[in-house]
Write a protein that binds this ligand. Structure first.
Ligand SMILES: [Zn+2]
Ligand SMILES: [Zn+2]
Ligand SMILES: [Zn+2]
Length: 162
């Protein structure tokens, strides 16, 4: 998958979804994790586009065909997907986004659009290396975190400049 999705306004998103599902199935099989139908359903919902999505939005969509679904159902599924490395949590928005490179270890930065919540993921290993160095120099044990950069995506820049 390309790094810069914003460039592809009319990309075939169904192929993004198919690719993501294929990766998810492979990873779960390798790690001995169970991608239950519900977890798969939530995963697909997270992947419905490249925008950050909150747990309650997911619940709302889930309610369309399962009115009894509870928040805890969604949270548990999201927790599973996070631990399996299939989605990233966007702390600043309290939302989620499908990981673009779940099959490989990576240190990414999330580029989050403040206007439309479109979120891209780019790898930045040097930045993480430097930050971890700084942490160690200060006798601090860093945990694996993900950097979030907020701003305007390509589309919204165009709209804003018009
Ligand atoms: Zn797509
Ligand atoms: Zn990722
Ligand atoms: Zn945007």
């Amino acid at each position: 998958m390309p790094d810069v999705l914003f460039e592809q306004q009319n990309h075939n998103h169904q192929s993004c979804i198919n690719q993501a599902l294929k990766s998810a199935e492979k990873i779960c099989q390798q790690k001995g994790l169970r991608l239950t139908p519900l977890r798969k359903r939530i995963f697909k919902l997270v992947w419905s586009n490249h925008k950050a999505v909150g747990a309650y939005d997911l619940l709302e969509t889930l309610h369309l065909d399962d009115p009894k679904a509870k928040p805890v159902t969604v949270y548990r599924a999201l927790d599973f997907l996070l631990k399996a490395g299939l989605v990233h949590k966007i702390e600043s928005l309290n939302a989620f986004i499908g990981c673009l490179k779940p099959e490989t270890a990576h240190h990414s930065i999330l580029l989050i659009c403040n206007h439309c919540h479109q979120t891209d993921e780019v790898e930045a290993p040097q930045i993480y290396e430097r930050i971890f160095q700084l942490a160690v120099q200060n006798a601090f044990t860093p945990q694996n975190i993900i950097f979030e950069l907020q701003g305007s995506c390509r589309n919204c820049q165009k709209k804003l400049s018009n």
